[in-house]
Design a protein around this ligand. Structure first.
Ligand code: ZN
Length: 76
């Protein structure tokens, strides 16, 4: 009932970047336990170093392009 066996929880809008508080799209699970959340911007900055430490990276930043809340093209 608590989903203890679920290997990966998807990130939600309630997950926030540890650095800036923006919505998190990247989660790094540390081998020693604990996890860090990053927005796409800060994730890119920290993922490489975290991978070297053996962290397991969940990158959902691809979902950014699925939510056209902000149009990438400035239409005029
Ligand atoms: Zn951030």
């Amino acid at each position: 009932m608590t989903g203890a066996l679920a290997p990966v929880k998807p990130l939600t809008a309630l997950d926030r970047c540890d650095r800036c508080g923006a919505q998190a799209y990247i989660r790094a699970t540390l081998p020693v336990g604990g996890e860090l959340l990053f927005c796409a911007h800060h994730g890119r900055q920290h993922i490489a170093a975290l991978r070297e430490k053996g962290a397991d990276i969940l990158d959902e930043s691809a979902r950014l392009s699925e939510t056209p809340s902000i149009a990438p093209n400035d239409e005029r």
